[in-house]
Design a protein around this ligand. Structure first.
Ligand code: SF4
Length: 360
């Protein structure tokens, strides 16, 4: 049975031409799947009954199955999905109240918004030292349908409509190591979420950045930095050996930024590793070579998965932020949401029960 979820209207038209030959039917089916969140052909009541039955015989809408929902008291909710081959992934629904300054859009502090954090791989080979997903090891690339399906399943479960949410690719996996499927997912999501409200976060995969740069409608770009010199960054993010800072920043300088937009640099703060004022000054000097803003993420600790790594004190975080601002770069601190549900940054593992971390 062919899955229609990851297909464009044109591809749907090709796929269903024997059972739904009129040209407008593909657009109708696409609308039902995406804008109206239909998970089943029986829900597509604007199609003739015989056509719905014929579609159900040859096709599926492969929205990932929700295995578990873990709400946190702050309104964040983690969704655990099982895919058709049994792979498990997680995505997060984040709601930011009017009282909470927004980290997804620091341009409009205090706005109320929904953000959906999507996974792009079922695991991650990049092995950042501060990330639980990285400790699990590599997993397969998700298809565009599996990526968009996370968004649709959460939209259906939480009951929000098109253009109501932001999307960030900050869940499990490195999106730019799955750039072809992520690009297709971005195309499909454009019907729902403007590229201006979509952010792709990368550990710094230069060919992927270059590929995204060529898109007519580019998402916002966030780069996980966490070290302002090659030595610190390589310790925390081994990918820095492949794409060192000079190469990464050369690619970022070629990124066609629209007027008024900035590249976001994420910096996970770890006690005694990268949290001194000298680190802050170095960070500001590095990123202010571009239109940039910095998101500081105090480490979300995990004794089991990230042994030996500690979150700095709030005073250290605030002093670090002040030093970066003093260096001429705007800063937001992401006091993470969803900690009680293990849904905060770097905590996703696609498991109800933790499995043993791989050894380093
Ligand atoms: S932070 Fe992102 S790129 Fe790094 S290991 Fe975790 S999921 Fe992979």
């Amino acid at each position: 049975m062919q899955d229609l979820l990851g297909l464009s209207p044109l591809d749907i038209a090709r796929a269903v031409r024997d059972v739904a030959p009129e040209p407008f039917r593909a657009a109708q089916i696409f609308q039902w799947i995406h804008a109206r969140r239909a998970a089943d052909f029986t829900e597509m009541t604007s199609l003739p009954k015989a056509m719905r039955e014929a579609l159900a015989e040859g096709f599926v809408i492969g929205v990932p199955k929700v295995i578990a929902r873990t709400p946190a008291p702050d309104g964040t909710e983690k969704f655990l999905f099982e895919l058709a081959d049994g792979a498990r992934i997680e995505a997060v629904y984040i709601v930011e109240s009017k009282k909470t300054p927004s980290w997804t859009d620091p341009e409009t502090p205090g706005a109320s918004r929904i953000t959906i954090c999507l996974s792009s791989q079922a695991g991650c080979a990049v092995d950042c030292a501060f990330c639980v997903t990285g400790r699990m090891g590599a997993g397969r690339n998700l298809t565009a349908g599996e990526i968009v399906g996370q968004y649709l399943a959460i939209a259906r479960a939480k009951g929000f409509g098109p253009h109501a949410a932001n999307v960030v690719f900050m869940g499990m996996g490195e999106p730019l190591l799955n750039v072809s499927q992520v690009t297709r997912a971005l195309d499909l999501l454009e019907e729902e979420v403007s590229p201006k409200r979509t952010t792709v976060s990368t550990a710094g995969v230069v060919p992927g950045i270059e590929s995204l740069a060529g898109r007519p409608h580019r998402p916002n770009l966030a780069v996980s930095l966490s070290g302002a010199d090659d030595s610190t960054r390589t310790k925390l993010m081994p990918i820095n050996r492949t794409y060192p800072l000079a190469e990464l920043f050369a690619a970022l300088k070629r990124w066609p930024l629209e007027r008024g937009r900035k590249i976001t640099f994420e910096y996970v703060l770890i006690e005694g590793v990268n949290d001194t004022s000298a680190d802050a000054v170095k960070l500001a000097a590095l990123v202010r070579t571009l239109p940039a803003k910095v998101n500081l993420i105090p480490l979300n600790e995990s004794k089991e998965w990230l042994p030996g790594l500690k979150r700095p004190s709030d005073a250290t975080v605030n002093a670090f932020a002040k030093a970066v601002v003093g260096g001429g770069v705007p800063v937001t601190v992401r006091w993470s949401k969803g900690l009680q549900a293990d849904a905060a940054c770097g905590q996703l593992k696609g498991r109800e029960e933790p499995r043993r971390p791989r050894s380093r």
